[in-house]
Design a protein around this ligand. Structure first.
Ligand SMILES: [Zn+2]
Length: 308
């Protein structure tokens, strides 16, 4: 998949200086679009494409010596003031929906797991664009971009899968990973597979479920707060409109049939970032620069929720 957006491959050689291209691009970044995060479009920490700093708070610029570390949360520079890590101590779990390998493991992902209300498939393959770009590739890419942005804010970030396993996890395990991490927030990233002409994003909130192993009652309120913030910032940063086919224009949908929500004991939402089967939405979802905005929109919602 070729795209014109930011490159987050970690293997590229690191440059020590901010190049003229970086400066030019930064100068073009519309501040209103990015809110309090200033993203340097040609590079994140450690990828060598730019100054080595993916995101800074405009109100508290990091010292030059603080840049260049891809693991700000784990190993902050001793010279970095605390203000550069506002999410220090916070745990965020990002759940990239599906798995690029699920297609090759129909038996494993087809087995039934208990989601409290009923049994359901362990996992599904997810959808794809008409040209074959898979939802699983999309979700993993956005999740990795989010990880960089949130780590730069000092958060401890865990992915439920990182392309490091052949299939899954199952939806019950996805929930358990967030629970066991005592996550302060969990976001499951998806893109929808609906009819052409159906466009836009929606955030899925857990409904109140108290059945079997599921008890979402304690998380319904905080999850709504998280979801409203994610929907708001996603729309603002990407410029996308709320779904025109579910949610009545609010961009919010409440469901009780998703194991990943039913079994969560920590605040959690899903986001369907767009409809892969619509050509206009697909053009966005397959564009790396747009995916960076998607990652930033979701991340800003998480940050807003965690900072209260
Ligand atoms: Zn999905």
């Amino acid at each position: 998949m070729s795209y014109a957006g930011p490159d987050f491959e970690p293997s590229r050689p690191r440059r020590s200086r901010r190049g003229p291209l970086t400066v030019a691009v930064v100068a073009l970044v519309p501040g209103a679009l990015l809110g309090w995060l200033v993203y340097e479009a040609v590079g994140g920490p450690g990828d060598g494409g730019g100054s080595g700093r993916a995101a800074v708070r405009t109100s508290a610029p990091a010292a030059p010596g603080a840049s260049g570390s891809p693991t700000v949360s784990a190993a902050p520079s001793s010279s970095a003031p605390a203000a550069t890590a506002p999410l220090k101590g916070k745990v965020v779990v990002i759940d990239p929906g599906h798995n690029p390998g699920n297609f090759r493991h129909p038996t494993e992902i087809g087995r039934q797991v208990d989601i409290g209300t009923n049994k359901k498939e362990c996992d599904t393959t997810g959808t794809s664009t008409n040209a074959g770009y898979t939802e699983a590739d999309y979700t993993l890419d956005v999740a990795r971009r989010m990880r960089k942005l949130l780590q730069a804010q000092g958060a401890t970030v865990k992915l439920t899968q990182d392309g490091d396993r052949p299939w899954g996890p199952c939806v019950d395990e996805r929930a358990r990973i967030g629970n066991d991490a005592h996550a302060d927030a969990v976001v499951s990233v998806h893109a929808d597979g609906s009819a052409a002409g159906n466009r836009g994003f929606h955030v899925i909130l857990p409904d109140s479920v108290h059945q079997g192993a599921a008890d979402t009652r304690p998380i319904v309120g905080p999850s709504r707060d998280l979801g409203e913030r994610v929907a708001g910032s996603f729309g603002r940063v990407t410029g996308s409109a709320p779904s025109n086919y579910v949610g009545g224009g609010t961009g919010l949908v409440t469901r009780k049939d998703l194991g990943g929500l039913n079994l969560s004991t920590v605040p959690k939402v899903f986001i369907e970032c767009g409809n892969m089967r619509d050509s206009k939405d697909a053009a966005l979802l397959t564009d790396g620069a747009w995916r960076q905005k998607a990652a930033q929109g979701i991340s800003e919602g998480i940050v807003s929720f965690l900072r209260g």
